[in-house]
Write a protein that binds this ligand. Structure first.
Ligand SMILES: [Zn+2]
Length: 125
């Protein structure tokens, strides 16, 4: 069995659900959920409520830590490239990976590896 992760929701243990009630017969307590994987908060929270609780408590600090946006951003030709794909026609169709400029609508072909590479971009930084 893979290692279990703890839900990072600060109030997870305060919600009364059967699956949170754990322990020996006479000493059961409501506990933070543990699972091999989660779907919320980037894989760190068990549900939307815990995700929201986390953000209520830590969101402000997180934004300050990682950098608060202090001026308007503009979508221009230089930063308007987005990865996308379409399907070749017909049955059993393959994906055509493309870079699409949302301003000019110019398309450039991408390999699947480039599509999957989160650092690969045509945007000027
Ligand atoms: Zn939780």
């Amino acid at each position: 069995m893979s290692e279990l992760k703890y839900c990072q929701g600060p109030k997870c243990h305060t919600y009364y659900t059967k699956d949170r009630l754990k322990g020996m017969k006479d000493s059961k307590t409501y506990q933070t959920r543990r699972r091999s994987s989660f779907y919320y908060l980037g894989g760190n929270a068990c549900d939307m409520r815990c995700q929201s609780d986390w953000f209520q408590k830590f969101g402000e600090q997180a934004i300050d830590h990682f950098g608060r946006l202090k001026e308007v951003k503009h979508l221009t030709e230089q930063n308007a490239w987005v990865k996308d794909y379409n399907y070749t026609s017909g049955w059993g169709s393959d994906k055509n990976y493309i870079y699409l400029n949302k301003i000019t609508n110019e398309q450039r072909p991408l390999t699947e590896a480039q599509y999957d590479d989160t650092n690969y971009t045509l945007n000027e930084r």
